[in-house]
Design a binder for this molecule. Structure first.
Ligand code: ZN
Ligand code: ZN
Length: 332
């Protein structure tokens, strides 16, 4: 089968590798959609740890083509995939902090993932979706699951004023989730005009261009701020605009070497809650349900589809102006 492998830092190659066979409690799916994520770029640049000679891609789903013994899924079922595999037996897993599992493995990060024609996965990682679902949406279930986890931790309440700092796919999903949660104001902050326009169509009540205007002068007393850009400056802005006792929810993946200065005194006096939300424990099923329900507008988020052959060049380049999410599709 065809697969895109990370052969060394900075290098992705399209290669032929053996098509996987399912063992007990495993299944193989034909990849129908796999989202390209900022994390994939970080991995390619050596800014996020990953295994070498590995098939990247952790935001995917597809059609079941083969099942091993002990698997209830049927050939032809459509499934979304939770890429994060936890051990279930370490101290964090036993305490239901599975995002911090000491033996965490992840399809597309430490095990072969979705940038391939076929993918092998344990049955525990597959979530059934309706057969008539637009298969492209399978590339957005995992990022949505991460956003739902962020929502759970942020505890947005009806009537809250919410700021979303960053206009990528996570930002666009968070805008829609906080709208569903009843936020009274949803302010999206991003540099790109095209993205600000899309955010308004998805439920933002206003937007700010952080280059033209000083975010920290315009906004204050925000109840919940979501940092979804993975940039130290937006983190600082998020802290500055959030009210005393409010929540700064960090969802954006910053480069692992990036650090930020902030006032510990300010944190103390204002009682800020700064919460990191990592991956998607216990939320993949809800994400699959929500996407299947049709309540989210995903078509405005998917900017382009990419073939496996095109992927190395696309991932090496910067995304186009105004583009939000690229989805790799399987070969027809
Ligand atoms: Zn991702
Ligand atoms: Zn564990």
């Amino acid at each position: 089968m065809k697969a895109v492998l990370l052969t060394e830092i900075g290098k992705l190659e399209v290669k032929e590798i053996p098509t996987p066979k399912p063992g007990k409690d495993e299944l193989v799916i034909k990849m129908l959609a796999c989202g390209i994520c900022g994390t994939d770029r970080h991995i390619l640049l050596g800014e996020h740890p990953a295994a070498m000679h590995l098939v990247l891609g952790h935001e995917f789903g597809g059609e079941v083509t083969e099942v091993g013994e002990g698997v209830d899924f049927k050939v032809g079922d459509l499934v979304s995939v939770d890429p994060n595999i936890v051990c279930g037996t370490c101290d964090h897993c036993l305490a239901k902090r599975t995002a911090h599992c000491r033996n965490l493995a992840a399809l597309g990060v430490t095990l072969n993932g979705g940038f391939a024609e076929y993918v092998l996965l344990p049955k525990s990682q597959a979530y059934l979706v309706p057969k008539n679902l637009n298969p492209l949406y399978l590339g957005l279930v995992e990022p949505l699951a991460c956003c739902i986890r962020g929502m759970d931790l942020a505890q947005v309440k009806a009537g809250d004023r919410v700021a979303v700092l960053g206009g990528g796919s996570m930002g666009m999903l968070i805008v829609q989730l906080v709208k569903l949660a009843g936020a009274s104001e949803i302010i999206l902050i991003t540099r790109q005009k095209e993205r600000r326009e899309i955010a308004m169509k998805l439920g933002a009540t206003s937007t700010i261009d952080p280059v033209a205007e000083d975010v920290t002068k315009i906004l204050k007393d925000i109840d919940v701020s979501f940092e979804v850009a993975g940039v130290s400056q937006t983190f600082q802005q998020a802290c500055a605009i959030t009210r005393s006792g409010g929540t700064v929810l960090v969802l954006g993946v910053a480069p692992s070497h990036e650090t930020v200065q902030f006032s510990v005194y300010d944190l103390l006096i204002r009682g800020l809650k700064i919460i990191g939300s990592y991956i998607n424990p216990y939320t993949q099923g809800r994400a699959a349900e929500l996407i299947s329900s049709g309540k989210l507008n995903l078509d405005l988020i998917i900017s382009k589809t990419v073939s496996l052959d095109e992927l190395p060049a696309v991932l090496a380049a910067n995304p186009g102006q105004g583009d939000i999410k690229y989805i790799v599709t399987g070969d027809k």
